[in-house]
Design a protein around this ligand. Structure first.
Ligand code: PEP
Ligand code: MN
Length: 351
């Protein structure tokens, strides 16, 4: 970190800044120039909170030389992080991972039917919300524990790994008992207590980007999890709020490409919540793979017109099949195969 002083800053003001740096446990390295003094901060190999420095008299600028999110940054780890889940599927390597399933777990029949065709089509991770963060308190809130039990049954029967959302601390403990990957939803991206809690649980976490979050805020949220010792983090771009009204949210495909350069963590794309329209899920899925996503999470339902949540974006079973085939072809142009359950080893792409 570099603190640039105003040209008019006094020696006392520069000294005061150095004292604050020392009080924070770091070493100040003042560098007098022709016009002004710059002060380097030595020894900040972990994140550094600059709020104490920004407002000090005589300070013109505080420049972060390295990313404020240390542990999840590419600087910290050059190689891609690969997360292996129970069925041997590796997320973040060369393979493209397809996650599919309903928005909400609604019944045994609905979930088993979905799990069967998801697995048959080439999906390797089953999604399904048991605890649902609905915009309206009158909307279906999920089956809770019963939903988790159904997911676990589907895993046994179809060899799929399970991903499902946790909305609070107690819920995260229960979800961790049943799921292979804990999903943190867009609405909870900055729930710092929950981030720290899943960091301590240690299980793989998929962190969705908040609907109004910058990429930096998203990576800092991931840093909360990492800072508790859990680097098994998967990022998920699910579209952001913008002025465009063609789609439910705006899929930030550029951010997928950017984030892959900024962090070593895997990035999954969610074209279902990004578009909100089943007719746009496939093209946006292809675009996401083309820009470097490590996989897709797709909502699908055996009977979307009767779905209790997110029906308009849920793919019909045959559309899910088409999507997987299309993803396979797009991925092949990049030399990336689709992941298969059973642990075929993929070669990590090292940057
Ligand atoms: C979901 O995955 O069903 C969901 C609620 O997603 P998000 O948190 O991205 O809105
Ligand atoms: Mn949904």
């Amino acid at each position: 970190m570099l603190i640039v002083m105003e040209p008019t800053a006094t020696i006392e003001q520069t000294r005061a800044v150095c004292d604050v740096i020392k009080s924070l446990g770091f070493e100040p390295a003042p560098m007098p120039g022709e016009q002004r003094v710059a002060i380097g901060v030595v020894g900040n190999d972990r994140g550094f909170d600059d709020t104490r420095l920004r407002g000090l008299p005589g300070v013109a600028q505080v420049i972060h030389v390295s990313a404020p999110y240390k542990l999840v940054s590419r600087e910290f780890r050059k190689r891609d992080t690969i997360i292996e889940v129970a069925n041997g599927v590796r997320i973040g390597g060369a393979d493209i991972v397809i996650m599919g399933g309903p928005c909400s777990v609604e019944s045994e029949e609905q979930l088993m039917t979905t799990a069967e065709y998801v697995a048959k089509a080439g999906g390797t991770v089953l999604r399904g919300g048991a605890f649902k963060p609905r915009s309206s308190p009158y909307a279906f809130q999920g089956l809770g524990l019963e939903g988790l039990k159904l997911l676990a049954q589907a895993r046994e029967r179809y060899g799929l790994a399970i991903i499902t959302e946790a909305m609070d601390l107690d819920g995260a403990d229960v979800v961790a008992e049943y799921a292979d990957i804990i999903q943190l939803g867009a609405r909870n991206m900055q729930n710092t207590a929950l981030l720290k809690h899943v960091g301590r649980i240690g299980k793989p976490v998929m962190l969705k980007r908040g609907m109004s979050a910058t990429v930096k805020e998203w990576l800092l949220a991931a840093e909360y999890i990492a800072n508790e010792g859990n680097l098994n983090i998967i990022l998920c771009e699910r579209g952001i709020r913008s002025f465009g009204d063609a789609t439910r949210n705006v899929m930030d495909v550029g951010a997928i490409a950017a984030v892959k350069l900024m962090t070593h963590l895997p990035v999954i794309a969610d074209p279902s919540h990004a578009t909100g329209r089943r007719d746009l899920v496939l093209p946006v899925a292809r675009a996401s793979i083309a820009v470097g996503a490590d996989g897709l999470i797709i909502e699908t339902h055996p009977d979307p017109n009767c779905a209790l949540s997110d029906g308009p974006q849920a793919l019909f079973p045959d559309q899910f099949n088409d999507l997987v085939e299309s993803a396979r072809m797009t991925a092949a142009t990049l030399g990336r195969p689709l992941a298969v359950a059973g642990g075929r080893r993929s070669v990590a792409t090292t940057v």
